[in-house]
Write a protein that binds this ligand. Structure first.
Ligand SMILES: C[S@@+](CC[C@H](N)C(=O)[O-])C[C@H]1O[C@@H](n2cnc3c(N)ncnc32)[C@H](O)[C@@H]1O
Length: 277
Protein backbone atom coordinates (compact mmCIF):
# COMPACT_ATOMS: atom_id res chain seq x y z
CA UNK A 1 0.00 0.00 0.00
CA UNK A 2 1.39 3.44 -0.94
CA UNK A 3 1.54 6.30 1.54
CA UNK A 4 -1.36 8.04 -0.24
CA UNK A 5 -3.49 4.90 -0.16
CA UNK A 6 -2.82 4.56 3.57
CA UNK A 7 -3.91 8.18 4.14
CA UNK A 8 -7.09 7.53 2.12
CA UNK A 9 -7.81 4.48 4.28
CA UNK A 10 -7.23 6.43 7.49
CA UNK A 11 -9.56 9.17 6.25
CA UNK A 12 -12.28 6.64 5.38
CA UNK A 13 -12.03 5.07 8.85
CA UNK A 14 -12.11 8.48 10.50
CA UNK A 15 -15.17 9.59 8.50
CA UNK A 16 -16.97 6.37 9.40
CA UNK A 17 -16.21 6.92 13.09
CA UNK A 18 -17.35 10.57 12.92
CA UNK A 19 -20.61 9.47 11.30
CA UNK A 20 -21.27 6.90 14.03
CA UNK A 21 -20.31 9.10 16.96
CA UNK A 22 -21.52 12.56 15.87
CA UNK A 23 -24.04 11.79 13.09
CA UNK A 24 -22.25 13.89 10.44
CA UNK A 25 -21.71 11.81 7.31
CA UNK A 26 -18.96 13.39 5.19
CA UNK A 27 -18.42 10.24 3.11
CA UNK A 28 -20.76 11.73 0.49
CA UNK A 29 -18.69 14.92 0.11
CA UNK A 30 -16.31 15.44 -2.85
CA UNK A 31 -13.10 13.67 -1.97
CA UNK A 32 -10.47 16.06 -3.33
CA UNK A 33 -11.62 19.17 -1.48
CA UNK A 34 -12.44 17.24 1.72
CA UNK A 35 -8.99 15.59 1.73
CA UNK A 36 -7.34 18.99 1.23
CA UNK A 37 -9.21 20.50 4.19
CA UNK A 38 -8.64 17.48 6.44
CA UNK A 39 -4.93 17.54 5.66
CA UNK A 40 -4.74 21.25 6.48
CA UNK A 41 -6.51 20.57 9.81
CA UNK A 42 -4.10 17.71 10.58
CA UNK A 43 -1.00 19.85 10.00
CA UNK A 44 -2.33 22.50 12.38
CA UNK A 45 -3.52 19.95 14.98
CA UNK A 46 -0.18 18.59 16.12
CA UNK A 47 -1.16 14.97 15.41
CA UNK A 48 1.21 13.09 13.09
CA UNK A 49 -1.47 10.99 11.37
CA UNK A 50 -5.25 10.71 11.08
CA UNK A 51 -5.09 7.39 12.94
CA UNK A 52 -3.39 9.06 15.91
CA UNK A 53 -5.96 11.89 15.88
CA UNK A 54 -8.92 9.54 15.55
CA UNK A 55 -9.24 8.16 19.07
CA UNK A 56 -9.20 11.67 20.58
CA UNK A 57 -11.48 13.14 17.91
CA UNK A 58 -14.11 10.52 18.65
CA UNK A 59 -14.02 11.24 22.40
CA UNK A 60 -13.52 14.99 22.52
CA UNK A 61 -16.37 17.02 21.02
CA UNK A 62 -14.45 20.29 21.34
CA UNK A 63 -11.62 18.84 19.26
CA UNK A 64 -14.14 17.52 16.76
CA UNK A 65 -15.60 21.05 16.50
CA UNK A 66 -12.19 22.36 15.44
CA UNK A 67 -12.17 19.74 12.69
CA UNK A 68 -15.71 20.69 11.66
CA UNK A 69 -14.63 24.34 11.45
CA UNK A 70 -11.69 23.28 9.30
CA UNK A 71 -13.64 21.22 6.81
CA UNK A 72 -16.82 23.25 6.38
CA UNK A 73 -16.74 26.20 4.01
CA UNK A 74 -18.94 28.72 5.78
CA UNK A 75 -18.13 31.71 3.60
CA UNK A 76 -21.07 33.90 2.66
CA UNK A 77 -21.81 37.54 1.89
CA UNK A 78 -24.59 40.08 2.11
CA UNK A 79 -26.35 40.20 -1.29
CA UNK A 80 -23.79 37.67 -2.59
CA UNK A 81 -23.85 37.86 -6.41
CA UNK A 82 -25.85 41.12 -6.34
CA UNK A 83 -27.34 40.55 -9.80
CA UNK A 84 -28.87 37.33 -8.53
CA UNK A 85 -30.73 39.34 -5.88
CA UNK A 86 -31.70 41.91 -8.50
CA UNK A 87 -33.22 39.07 -10.55
CA UNK A 88 -35.10 37.84 -7.46
CA UNK A 89 -36.45 41.34 -6.93
CA UNK A 90 -37.53 41.80 -10.54
CA UNK A 91 -38.58 38.31 -11.61
CA UNK A 92 -39.57 36.34 -8.52
CA UNK A 93 -41.01 38.88 -6.08
CA UNK A 94 -43.92 39.82 -8.43
CA UNK A 95 -45.11 36.18 -8.15
CA UNK A 96 -44.55 36.07 -4.40
CA UNK A 97 -46.73 39.17 -4.05
CA UNK A 98 -49.70 37.23 -5.42
CA UNK A 99 -49.74 35.04 -2.26
CA UNK A 100 -51.20 36.24 1.06
CA UNK A 101 -48.19 34.73 2.87
CA UNK A 102 -44.93 33.20 1.61
CA UNK A 103 -42.40 30.84 3.18
CA UNK A 104 -38.75 30.87 2.15
CA UNK A 105 -36.05 28.33 2.99
CA UNK A 106 -32.33 29.13 2.88
CA UNK A 107 -30.75 25.66 3.06
CA UNK A 108 -27.05 25.92 3.99
CA UNK A 109 -27.26 29.57 5.04
CA UNK A 110 -23.83 29.69 6.77
CA UNK A 111 -23.47 32.90 8.80
CA UNK A 112 -26.87 34.23 7.75
CA UNK A 113 -26.06 37.05 5.32
CA UNK A 114 -28.13 35.51 2.53
CA UNK A 115 -31.24 35.26 4.73
CA UNK A 116 -30.86 38.83 6.02
CA UNK A 117 -30.43 40.04 2.43
CA UNK A 118 -33.70 38.36 1.52
CA UNK A 119 -35.47 39.90 4.53
CA UNK A 120 -34.29 43.38 3.50
CA UNK A 121 -35.37 42.82 -0.10
CA UNK A 122 -38.85 41.56 0.83
CA UNK A 123 -39.42 44.38 3.32
CA UNK A 124 -38.45 46.92 0.65
CA UNK A 125 -40.87 45.24 -1.73
CA UNK A 126 -43.76 45.82 0.67
CA UNK A 127 -44.12 42.25 1.97
CA UNK A 128 -43.87 43.24 5.65
CA UNK A 129 -45.84 40.74 7.79
CA UNK A 130 -46.41 38.46 4.79
CA UNK A 131 -43.34 36.24 4.85
CA UNK A 132 -41.33 33.93 7.08
CA UNK A 133 -37.74 32.90 6.33
CA UNK A 134 -36.32 29.59 7.54
CA UNK A 135 -32.52 29.61 7.50
CA UNK A 136 -30.77 26.32 8.21
CA UNK A 137 -27.26 24.92 8.26
CA UNK A 138 -25.57 21.71 9.36
CA UNK A 139 -23.10 23.68 11.48
CA UNK A 140 -24.65 24.60 14.85
CA UNK A 141 -21.91 27.08 15.65
CA UNK A 142 -22.49 29.19 12.51
CA UNK A 143 -26.26 29.01 12.97
CA UNK A 144 -25.89 30.44 16.48
CA UNK A 145 -23.76 33.29 15.11
CA UNK A 146 -26.15 33.85 12.22
CA UNK A 147 -28.99 34.35 14.71
CA UNK A 148 -27.07 37.17 16.39
CA UNK A 149 -26.91 39.20 13.16
CA UNK A 150 -23.60 40.83 14.12
CA UNK A 151 -20.94 41.45 11.45
CA UNK A 152 -17.54 43.18 11.48
CA UNK A 153 -17.73 46.85 10.48
CA UNK A 154 -14.95 46.39 7.93
CA UNK A 155 -17.36 44.28 5.84
CA UNK A 156 -19.95 47.04 5.68
CA UNK A 157 -18.46 48.81 2.70
CA UNK A 158 -18.76 45.63 0.61
CA UNK A 159 -22.25 44.86 2.00
CA UNK A 160 -23.36 48.38 1.03
CA UNK A 161 -21.93 48.10 -2.47
CA UNK A 162 -23.63 44.71 -3.00
CA UNK A 163 -26.92 46.07 -1.64
CA UNK A 164 -26.85 48.94 -4.12
CA UNK A 165 -25.96 46.68 -7.06
CA UNK A 166 -28.80 44.38 -6.05
CA UNK A 167 -31.23 47.26 -6.55
CA UNK A 168 -31.63 48.28 -2.89
CA UNK A 169 -34.17 51.09 -2.71
CA UNK A 170 -33.01 52.68 0.55
CA UNK A 171 -29.71 52.96 2.35
CA UNK A 172 -28.01 49.88 3.83
CA UNK A 173 -27.28 51.91 6.96
CA UNK A 174 -31.04 51.87 7.69
CA UNK A 175 -30.67 48.23 8.69
CA UNK A 176 -27.95 48.22 11.33
CA UNK A 177 -26.54 50.06 14.31
CA UNK A 178 -22.76 50.41 14.58
CA UNK A 179 -21.36 49.25 17.95
CA UNK A 180 -17.60 49.57 18.41
CA UNK A 181 -16.14 47.56 15.53
CA UNK A 182 -19.35 45.68 14.68
CA UNK A 183 -22.66 46.29 12.95
CA UNK A 184 -25.71 44.88 14.71
CA UNK A 185 -28.58 44.21 12.31
CA UNK A 186 -31.95 45.54 13.47
CA UNK A 187 -34.26 43.14 15.30
CA UNK A 188 -36.99 43.92 12.73
CA UNK A 189 -34.90 41.83 10.30
CA UNK A 190 -34.00 39.12 12.79
CA UNK A 191 -37.68 38.71 13.77
CA UNK A 192 -38.57 37.60 10.23
CA UNK A 193 -36.11 34.67 10.28
CA UNK A 194 -36.13 31.33 12.09
CA UNK A 195 -32.58 29.93 12.32
CA UNK A 196 -32.23 26.18 12.91
CA UNK A 197 -29.71 23.37 12.59
CA UNK A 198 -30.61 21.02 9.73
CA UNK A 199 -28.54 18.44 7.90
CA UNK A 200 -29.51 18.14 4.23
CA UNK A 201 -27.83 14.74 4.03
CA UNK A 202 -30.03 13.03 6.61
CA UNK A 203 -32.88 15.23 7.88
CA UNK A 204 -36.42 15.46 6.50
CA UNK A 205 -37.85 18.44 4.60
CA UNK A 206 -38.98 21.65 6.18
CA UNK A 207 -42.61 21.81 5.12
CA UNK A 208 -44.05 23.57 2.11
CA UNK A 209 -42.08 26.51 0.73
CA UNK A 210 -42.68 29.09 -2.01
CA UNK A 211 -39.01 29.87 -2.54
CA UNK A 212 -35.95 27.77 -1.71
CA UNK A 213 -32.34 28.90 -1.94
CA UNK A 214 -29.59 26.31 -1.68
CA UNK A 215 -26.63 28.17 -3.08
CA UNK A 216 -22.99 27.09 -3.01
CA UNK A 217 -23.76 24.08 -0.83
CA UNK A 218 -24.04 21.14 -3.25
CA UNK A 219 -20.76 21.98 -5.00
CA UNK A 220 -19.10 20.09 -2.12
CA UNK A 221 -21.27 16.96 -2.53
CA UNK A 222 -20.81 13.80 -4.60
CA UNK A 223 -23.48 13.05 -7.24
CA UNK A 224 -25.74 10.74 -5.15
CA UNK A 225 -25.92 13.26 -2.32
CA UNK A 226 -26.67 16.06 -4.81
CA UNK A 227 -29.59 14.01 -6.15
CA UNK A 228 -30.85 13.29 -2.64
CA UNK A 229 -30.75 16.94 -1.64
CA UNK A 230 -32.42 18.08 -4.87
CA UNK A 231 -35.17 15.51 -4.24
CA UNK A 232 -35.62 16.89 -0.72
CA UNK A 233 -35.80 20.49 -1.96
CA UNK A 234 -38.21 19.49 -4.71
CA UNK A 235 -40.54 17.78 -2.25
CA UNK A 236 -40.54 20.94 -0.11
CA UNK A 237 -41.50 23.31 -2.93
CA UNK A 238 -45.06 24.17 -4.01
CA UNK A 239 -45.88 23.90 -7.74
CA UNK A 240 -45.11 27.34 -9.19
CA UNK A 241 -42.47 27.85 -6.47
CA UNK A 242 -38.88 28.92 -7.13
CA UNK A 243 -35.61 27.04 -6.57
CA UNK A 244 -32.30 28.93 -6.61
CA UNK A 245 -28.84 27.38 -6.84
CA UNK A 246 -25.35 28.89 -6.79
CA UNK A 247 -23.77 30.37 -9.90
CA UNK A 248 -21.60 27.28 -10.43
CA UNK A 249 -24.49 24.84 -9.91
CA UNK A 250 -27.34 23.83 -12.18
CA UNK A 251 -30.29 21.46 -12.64
CA UNK A 252 -28.90 20.18 -15.96
CA UNK A 253 -29.01 16.37 -16.17
CA UNK A 254 -30.60 16.05 -12.73
CA UNK A 255 -33.50 13.70 -12.01
CA UNK A 256 -35.84 16.57 -11.13
CA UNK A 257 -34.84 18.83 -14.06
CA UNK A 258 -37.91 18.12 -16.23
CA UNK A 259 -40.15 19.40 -13.45
CA UNK A 260 -38.53 22.85 -13.66
CA UNK A 261 -38.15 25.68 -16.14
CA UNK A 262 -35.23 28.08 -16.02
CA UNK A 263 -36.33 31.61 -15.16
CA UNK A 264 -32.91 33.18 -15.61
CA UNK A 265 -30.43 30.49 -16.69
CA UNK A 266 -27.36 32.59 -15.84
CA UNK A 267 -28.62 33.19 -12.30
CA UNK A 268 -29.71 29.59 -11.66
CA UNK A 269 -33.27 30.53 -10.75
CA UNK A 270 -35.77 27.78 -11.62
CA UNK A 271 -39.54 27.59 -11.37
CA UNK A 272 -41.37 24.36 -10.57
CA UNK A 273 -43.94 23.48 -13.22
CA UNK A 274 -47.58 23.01 -12.20
CA UNK A 275 -47.95 19.66 -13.92
CA UNK A 276 -45.41 16.89 -14.40
CA UNK A 277 -44.25 16.55 -18.03
C1 LIG B 1 -20.25 28.19 1.13
S1 LIG B 1 -21.52 28.17 2.32
C2 LIG B 1 -22.86 28.88 1.39
C3 LIG B 1 -23.62 29.92 2.19
C4 LIG B 1 -24.72 30.64 1.42
N1 LIG B 1 -25.73 29.74 0.93
C5 LIG B 1 -24.12 31.46 0.30
O1 LIG B 1 -24.23 31.05 -0.87
O2 LIG B 1 -23.54 32.50 0.58
C6 LIG B 1 -21.96 26.43 2.39
C7 LIG B 1 -22.74 26.06 3.65
O3 LIG B 1 -23.31 24.77 3.48
C8 LIG B 1 -23.34 24.15 4.74
N2 LIG B 1 -23.50 22.70 4.60
C9 LIG B 1 -22.58 21.81 4.18
N3 LIG B 1 -23.09 20.56 4.24
C10 LIG B 1 -24.38 20.69 4.67
C11 LIG B 1 -25.43 19.77 4.94
N4 LIG B 1 -25.24 18.45 4.77
N5 LIG B 1 -26.61 20.25 5.39
C12 LIG B 1 -26.79 21.58 5.56
N6 LIG B 1 -25.84 22.50 5.34
C13 LIG B 1 -24.64 22.06 4.89
C14 LIG B 1 -22.00 24.55 5.36
O4 LIG B 1 -22.00 24.41 6.77
C15 LIG B 1 -21.87 25.99 4.89
O5 LIG B 1 -22.31 26.88 5.87
Amino acid sequence: MTGDELIDLEIQLLLKGICQVYGYDFREYSEASLRRRLTRWLSASGFATFSLAQSQLLRDRALFCTLLRGIMVNVSDMFRDPFFFKAIREQVVPYLKTYPFVKIWHAGCASGEEAYSMAILLLEEGLKGRFRIYATDINEEVIRKAGEGIYPLQELQRFTRNYQQAGGSGSFSDYYTARYDHAVLHSSLRDTIVFAAHNLAVDADFGVMNLILCRNVMIYFKQPLKERVLGLLDSSLVPGGFLCLGTKESLDHRKISDRYEAVTPQMQIYRKRYAKK
